[in-house]
Design a protein around this ligand. Structure first.
Ligand SMILES: Cc1cc2nc3c(=O)[nH]c(=O)nc-3n(C[C@H](O)[C@H](O)[C@H](O)COP(=O)(O)OP(=O)(O)OC[C@H]3O[C@@H](n4cnc5c(N)ncnc54)[C@H](O)[C@@H]3O)c2cc1C
Length: 291
């Protein structure tokens, strides 16, 4: 299908992008990798009159370490995250999640900022971002603000981004000693999107789980933290039994989605299974038993 006609703009810097956003308001859409926006435009689910392409803009495509955190520009592509040796060493959960996205073509074009701003309920990064307790930086003509991953996702395809704002960077903590992370996913076979995807981060101290953070995608209308599993495990011995018992509640209180890929009951069941797997792998990695 062919999208409705639109006017194309390619700002060279953020200031120009903000001016265009302010001028065109609701009628404008930002374009990053185009792997969610363009299919929507072709299906006429979106018909912006103005498309503001962030692809020519310099300075949003960095991965760097700053004071115990990794800072990632919004225009960094999935493949760059997947192959970044810095991220593999300092925050391996993000490359693991990036490698699970779609196919090579999608990973070569799609960006982390575009994926998070789009907030597809079956996207992979939201689980990782929640599991890492990340912070997003949102900028507009009137300044910048930070929003935690937990507050960022509001509902299906809806985030905290306000009109005129651009997600500019994501800040995640560097993995500490005694910590391990894992992303485990049940993919839809056709697209690769998550039927269920679970990101786990744990820290071990004397065989106990000193810290547990779990992000779940694919199950509900938005990605969420499995707080009841986290609370049940924090301070407990990291045993197969305690993990299996707690993981069963990974979809507790979630209004699970049902579609042609999976029923709500199946999604809830798989949330438990993949939470158990992600936790077991993260614990093994924290203990230095698995790569
Ligand atoms: C065949 C196929 C398979 C896929 N499989 C998967 C998968 O398995 N897992 C997965 O997670 N994803 C998957 N995707 C989606 C893919 O990861 C997209 O790249 C991603 O969702 C959107 O990123 P983008 O850079 O392409 O954004 P775009 O499509 O350019 O933009 C998406 C939305 O975000 C807005 N936006 C973009 N950048 C910003 C910004 N910096 N600030 C504010 N708003 C912004 C745009 O206005 C638009 O509304 C798949 C896509 C396709 C086509």
């Amino acid at each position: 299908m062919i999208p409705a006609a639109f006017e194309y703009h390619a700002p060279k810097n953020l200031e120009e992008a903000f001016r265009l956003l302010d001028r065109h308001g609701d009628e404008a859409k930002l374009l990053a990798g185009g792997h969610s926006l363009l299919p929507m435009m072709k299906l006429r689910l979106a018909a912006p009159r103005f498309v503001i392409d962030l692809g020519r803009l310099k300075g949003l495509d960095y991965i760097r370490e700053e004071q115990g955190h990794m800072v990632i520009g919004a225009m960094v592509k999935h493949a760059e995250i997947e192959h970044s040796s810095l991220l593999r060493a300092k925050c391996p959960l993000l490359p693991e999640a990036a490698a699970a996205i779609g196919d090579v073509q999608v990973r070569n074009r799609g960006t982390i900022g575009g994926s998070l701003a789009h907030a597809d309920p079956a996207a992979d990064y939201p689980a990782a971002i929640l599991g890492l307790d990340a912070v997003m930086e949102l900028q507009s003509n009137s300044g910048s603000r930070t929003v935690s991953a937990e507050d960022f996702f509001v509902d299906m395809l809806t985030t905290q981004l306000r009109p005129g704002e651009i997600l500019t960077q994501i800040r995640v903590p560097v993995i500490g000693k005694g910590s391990g992370t894992a992303y485990c996913k049940l993919p839809q076979l056709a697209s690769g999107y998550a039927v269920v995807g679970v990101a786990a981060r744990v820290t071990l101290a004397n065989g106990k789980l000193a810290q547990v953070t779990i992000g779940v995608t694919g199950v509900g209308p938005k990605a969420y933290r499995a707080e009841n599993v986290e609370n049940a495990l924090r301070g407990k011995k990291a045993s197969d039994k305690s993990v299996a018992e707690a993981a069963r509640h990974a979809a507790h209180g979630i209004d699970a989605l049902a579609d042609l890929h999976a029923s709500a009951d199946y999604r809830r069941e798989m949330a438990g299974v993949f939470t158990r797997r992600a936790l077991a792998l993260a614990i093994a990695r924290a203990a230095g038993k698995k790569a």
